[in-house]
Design a binder for this molecule. Structure first.
Ligand code: HEC
Ligand code: HEC
Ligand code: HEC
Ligand code: HEC
Ligand code: HEC
Length: 376
């Protein structure tokens, strides 16, 4: 019992000591915590994301202050969320969207400008998804003695309870409080994820972006795998994400057509200033012929001029990948040619980075999602 008492005492001390409760989670979920520190969610604040900072600085300010962004970018900082005051603190830097925040989303309320997360008011009771435990009652800490008290076994967490019956964590709807849409004042969606959750889909936001990978989810009971909290996507595991995108090439009389089929349930590269790039090269007689890359982007405007996302009320150009995208190249393929297709994504286009005065090359780096070669 002494061992458990020690855990309780150290947890009690640390939970009152740290303003950032995610540090408490770190003690028993170190792998998940480590991944989280490298995720877009930990980096969503102005302090950690230079693109976000640059845009917030030039965004028109009103009485709402930073509330307009905090709702999704740092909801764990209550001062930013409720008063719109942005200040350099532990939460902004280390857990703007914290472990507790995500695991406390009880339901998602649909809204016109954006959706809203409704949190549970129960302290230290978290939601998660696990098929094997669905339908079972809430899991609380239990200990069991056997061998006349010589061997002590424990189940579940001494720190928190777990509720396995919130459907939102199975369908992926838990992500939709922040990811569904972000409309500007002119009811214009500036993130354009355009996601559709369908119960019949084999994959969800969670199975694709938080896949099970090797490593235990908790130190107390070893498990083989855990859900990846670094978020597979633009920052990490980008090449693995390519398996959800399919290429097909058809020869035509004028040239050839590249057909892209998107297996995800949403549009790709819709975030303002994001840019998808399809590089195409023909390898002919040991020479490489590079064709003009195709750019996937969405340009927003007003009065037919490009403007900042918050002022936009029309789309000037939309070349995003929705469910499918066919692109024509007016170049004839010959027998013996190889055609190499490379699809990648830049967090921000080079032009926009320059306009915003961002010269960190990492931000505009092409992150490869898929490479495939076809022979003719
Ligand atoms: C003292 C150790 C301890 C601390 C601290 C702790 N947990 Fe846990 N947690 C556990 C144990 C043990 C389980 C049960 C794992 C199992 O059933 O295999 C668990 C399970 C979970 C689960 C569900 C996993 C599943 O699939 O069953 C979630 C979600 C979770 N914890 C989140 C958190 C968060 C968020 C924090 C910080 C606020 C935290 N935990 C702090 C020990 C801890
Ligand atoms: C309704 C939720 C929501 C609100 C409110 C919101 N955002 Fe976002 N924002 C997101 C989501 C979700 C993403 C990621 C979208 C994606 O990757 O497709 C994002 C991405 C961004 C990005 C791109 C970051 C990168 O590294 O590529 C910037 C910049 C940004 N938001 C700025 C802002 C600013 C400034 C505000 C406040 C004026 C704001 N956002 C308000 C949800 C929101
Ligand atoms: C963006 C929201 C989000 C954040 C932030 C987040 N989680 Fe999770 N977490 C989830 C979802 C969704 C699942 C369910 C995954 C599944 O179905 O396999 C999950 C699963 C888990 C599990 C169970 C793992 C498994 O394989 O079933 C644990 C433990 C956990 N989270 C702990 C944490 C800790 C600790 C942190 C902070 C370091 C954290 N989470 C931050 C959304 C989040
Ligand atoms: C079948 C797998 C799959 C499913 C299901 C899926 N995604 Fe994606 N998602 C992808 C792929 C592939 C990309 C492209 C790689 C990238 O840009 O990160 C992507 C990209 C994204 C991006 C970055 C978009 C940008 O601005 O470029 C966000 C945000 C996102 N997904 C969120 C979600 C959410 C929320 C859900 C659930 C509604 C979801 N995804 C469901 C595969 C999936
Ligand atoms: C509290 C709001 C919030 C919730 C809940 C949330 N996200 Fe995010 N997410 C964001 C914001 C804000 C960004 C943009 C961060 C940035 O770069 O500034 C983002 C970025 C992303 C990205 C793009 C960056 C990348 O790493 O590829 C993906 C993918 C993503 N989230 C997936 C998910 C999934 C899956 C869930 C549900 C398990 C989820 N998010 C839940 C707010 C949220």
């Amino acid at each position: 019992m002494r061992k458990y008492l020690a855990i309780f005492i150290s947890l009690f001390v640390s939970s009152t000591l740290f303003a950032n409760e995610s540090r408490v989670c770190q003690k028993c979920h170190p792998i998940i915590y480590q991944e989280y520190t490298e995720s877009s969610h930990k980096n969503a604040s102005t302090y950690n994301n230079p693109i976000h900072k640059a845009l917030w600085e030039i965004h028109p300010k009103d009485s709402q202050g930073y509330k307009t962004c905090a709702k999704c970018h740092s909801p764990s900082d209550l001062k930013a969320l409720n008063e719109g005051v942005l200040e350099d603190n532990e939460i902004q830097k280390n857990a703007p969207i914290s472990c507790v925040y995500c695991h406390s989303i009880k339901m998602v309320e649909e809204g016109e400008g954006s959706n809203t997360n409704v949190l549970t008011d129960k302290k230290r009771e978290f939601y998660t998804a696990e098929q094997a435990k669905k339908g079972k009652p809430k899991a609380s800490y239990e200990t069991k003695s056997s061998w006349f008290g010589l061997v002590k076994e424990s189940r579940n967490s001494p720190y928190h309870k777990i509720e396995y019956n919130n459907e939102n964590y199975y369908s992926g709807n838990v992500c939709m409080g922040c990811h569904s849409h972000t409309n500007n004042e002119h009811s214009f969606d500036i993130t354009m994820l355009d996601a559709m959750i369908d119960k019949k889909d084999k994959n969800t936001c969670i199975t694709c972006h938080m896949p099970q990978i090797a490593g235990t989810k908790v130190t107390i009971n070893e498990t083989k795998t855990h859900a990846y909290h670094g978020i597979a996507g633009i920052y990490h595991m980008n090449k693995e994400m390519g398996k959800y995108l399919e290429f097909q090439v058809d020869k035509t009389t004028q040239g050839f057509q590249v057909k892209i089929r998107n297996k995800s349930n949403h549009a790709l590269f819709g975030q303002s200033f994001r840019e998808g790039v399809l590089d195409v090269s023909i390898i002919r007689d040991a020479k490489v012929i590079n064709l003009k890359p195709f750019i996937f982007t969405r340009i927003l405007g007003k009065d037919a001029q490009e403007v900042m996302p918050w002022d936009a009320d029309m789309t000037l150009k939309d070349s995003l990948i929705y469910a499918k995208k066919d692109i024509m190249f007016p170049v004839k393929l010959q027998d013996g040619d190889s055609l190499k297709l490379t699809l990648s994504v830049r967090r921000i286009s080079k032009e926009k980075a320059k306009e915003l005065g961002l010269n960190n090359k990492k931000l505009t780096k092409k992150r490869v999602l898929k490479v495939q070669t076809f022979s003719f």
